[in-house]
Design a protein around this ligand. Structure first.
Ligand code: SIN
Ligand code: CO
Length: 373
């Protein structure tokens, strides 16, 4: 696995001095690109309905933001400048994008979100704004001027279709060239304007709100609670105001609801499932010519195995999670499954039968496939 693309810094130095603290510019952070898309390739991706894309335009001083999929003809109608097309979750669609995203996995995978690619002609940008999460902005081809500000005033233009700062007071400015990368902590004001047509590849992070987590955790609990008992009131007394909520009824219901309990085990299990759940738009295809388990075992021994680009796999102690579910696995399977989760692939080897069995179950769902050595 290549080192994190942090220039001369180690992951430890970066986390101690910059992560969630202050911006960092790294010249020539990534110099080797195994895949460099042209605009036509991005336009083709933005035309697919399993790919999330947006088109941002600034016309006569007014911002607009459309969601894909887009017909190729939509791009013929654009002005020579002042637009940006953005394609999200590129790591689900292109192996090199996934490889680049996972070069940032010195940060736990539960915190990694996606790699997004934006393309803008000279003059294009998405306006001054802030993001709620950390971001690495990697320049790929072309040149972009980035201006940033530590301002506390994060008021947004009212009614705009995307987040645009009402007042932006830039404090620092850089021109990024191919391979240069800018890290910004959450809520740091910034604005990028292309000086020459090119791309920004953004590595984004996942920072759920307490409200999102609370709602999702309550959904998790609802599917699992088993509360005993049935309301009973053998001591009921006659009432003169039948519509009034009786205090003892309220007290008994409160006591029944008090049976809803959870502890660390439930929180851990919730996290494993929730943070490996597929995003909207994501579907897995079962293999076309499905191998039987013996042929699958032979293929894994010869070629190794790789997670599908869209798969998310996590583990917690003896529990393994893949794409929102637990994976039943015998203890002898765990070392291989943990390595697969960490590295997203396993090298060719003779794995224990227990591991092959668990891998085969995932293979049948299209979560992984032999190969990728
Ligand atoms: C862009 O790719 O142009 C915008 C990325 C960002 O500002 O977060
Ligand atoms: Co941004």
């Amino acid at each position: 696995m290549p080192n994190p693309p942090l220039g001369n810094l180690t992951a430890e130095q970066f986390l101690a001095d910059y992560w969630q603290k202050k911006p960092l510019l790294i010249r020539q952070a990534v110099t080797q690109f195994d895949w460099l898309p042209g605009l036509d390739e991005l336009v083709a991706l933005a035309g697919r309905d399993d790919v999330e894309s947006r088109l941002v335009e600034l016309r006569n001083g007014k911002w607009s933001c459309e969601s894909g999929p887009f017909r190729p003809s939509r791009f013929k109608k654009l002005a020579a400048s002042d637009w940006t097309v953005l394609v999200q979750n590129m790591n689900h669609h292109q192996a090199f994008c996934a490889e680049l995203l996972y070069r940032f996995d010195f940060i736990p995978q539960v915190r990694l979100d996606d790699l997004m690619i934006s393309y803008a002609p000279a003059g294009g940008g998405v306006g001054p704004h802030f993001d709620s999460y950390d971001v690495f902005l990697l320049q790929v081809g072309g040149r972009k001027r980035w201006r940033i500000s530590s301002q506390d005033d994060l008021e947004l233009v009212d009614g705009a279709p995307l987040k645009i700062l009402e007042r932006f007071v830039p404090e620092q400015e850089w021109e990024l060239e191919h391979g240069d990368m800018l890290y910004l902590p959450p809520r740091y004001a910034h604005e990028g304007v292309a000086l020459e047509a090119g791309m920004t590849w953004s590595v984004g992070f996942r920072a759920p709100t307490a409200q999102e987590l609370g709602g999702a955790f309550l959904d998790y609990l609802r599917d699992r609670i088993e509360l005993p008992g049935l309301y009973a009131d053998p001591d009921l007394a006659a009432v003169s105001e039948p519509a009034r909520l009786p205090d003892d009824f309220v007290a008994r219901v409160a006591q029944m609801l008090n049976g809803i309990r959870w502890g660390e085990a439930e929180v851990r299990d919730f996290i494993g499932r929730y943070f490996s759940e597929p995003k909207a738009h994501v579907f897995y295809d079962s293999p076309d010519d499905e191998l039987d388990e013996d042929d699958f075992a032979a293929a894994v021994a010869r070629h190794g195995v790789a997670l599908d680009l869209k798969s998310a796999m996590l583990f917690d102690g003896d529990r393994v999670y893949i794409n929102g579910d637990t994976l039943d696995a015998e203890p002898a399977a765990l070392p291989a499954l943990r390595e697969l989760a960490n590295r997203r692939r396993l090298p060719p080897a003779d794995y224990p039968a227990e591991a092959v069995e668990a891998l085969y179950a995932c293979y049948e769902y299209g979560y992984l496939a032999p190969g990728g050595e």
